[in-house]
Design a protein around this ligand. Sequence first.
Ligand code: SDX
Length: 402
Amino acid sequence: DKGLRVADKGYLNTAVLRSEITFIDGEAGILRYRGYPIEQLALKSSHLESAYLLVYGSLPTQNQRKTFETEVMHHSVVHADAAQFFRSFRYDAHPMAILTSAFAYLGSYYSEANPSLKGQTLFTKGTPESLAIMDKQIYRLIGKATTLAAMAYRVRQGREFVIPPTGLSYTASFLYQMDYHGQTNYQPNPVLAKALDILFLLHADHELNASCTTVLQTGSSLVDPFSAIAAGCASLYGPLHGGANEAVIRMLISIESPKNVPAFLEAVKKREKVLSGFGHRVYKTSDPRSFIVRKTADEVFKITGKDELLETAMALHEAAMKDEYFIKRRLAPNVDFCGLIYRAMGFPLDFFPVLFAVPRVVGWLAHWRQMMLQEGGVKIWRPRQMYVGAGQRDYVPVEERE
Ligand code: SDX
């Protein structure tokens, strides 16, 4: 088999490319976007500024930041026809099913985003005009991600859609589209808008997680970036990945109170239950984002009041951290306890993965752009397998089969 090596299950310990975007050290609990520590960015930057950093590789100058933010906000409006697309879903459709479909639907508006169908490998050229067309798709996807999410939220409530307002920041505009229903001079709460912006920033990228790998696997066939992002969104939907923030809350609700934590952990050890919000393929000591989530939660709870699940969450965290079974498996809390903040902010439970997908569009696009512009052009991702099935055998007519 020409020296094929079978990667460990789930790509464990397998690097499939070189990247300059995000650095993670799972032992030291380090996360950096283009070399900048996540702790500094969460404190000093914004989601949209960090988006520029992730996609283009450097912190923007004032002009670059203004142009980028103006373009993204300009492209946050969605074609009016999209209303009928959203209204085609049942009232109880999961918003991640709606969002995943919406990204692919959106691609149908922009044929220039699918150049390879015309036999052009436009995005791999790196010429000023091809870069300008690539940038426009990036502005559209980042800008419209919030609008699509807000439409997925409102369509289930039977509410009219809200045109993105002008003059608000990216995240405040999103909150406005979610919650505006005729109040005069409505403005989203600035503390909550800031807290959500920090959470967006924390979720912007995480190197080759399952959904980012899916975007690159799909994008390697040179399909348009909208379709590749839709594929990534589908992967993020799963409870082992982005769906975990919803699963954490369902888990805490099922535990009900701190007194049930020991029994729950016993069930986890017997693999009858999953301890959502804990464990990570890379972080084996701590997920650096979880500390920032904790601090952000304190700010939010000052406005919203503590979430009654917090006590159970803390009891669970404390018990798991002292339990040999979890210590041996090096399972620390990951980023998905942010669901407690989303719940305190009033988002519906099944909307939590959408709050992960919206900011992660940035990381998916940063890696997609990096792949399009890589040295030597794009190679389609086509791994091999080690065949361990039956040897050659002849067909047997059905009447002779026992
Ligand atoms: C995200 O990849 C990323 O970067 C993802 C993410 C991102 O930003 O993109 O960080 C976002 O998805 C965070 C993770 C959210 N998922 C959850 O919280 C769901 C619960 N966590 C697990 O399902 C699990 O920890 C994974 C899926 C996150 C990681 O799975 P792995 O890599 O297969 O886990 P592992 O191989 O390191 O596990 C080692 C051992 C195994 O036990 P043994 O089979 O060796 O006896 O720990 C066990 C696992 O079964 N284990 C758990 C567990 N997580 C791992 N046991 C109980 N509860 C858990 N949560």
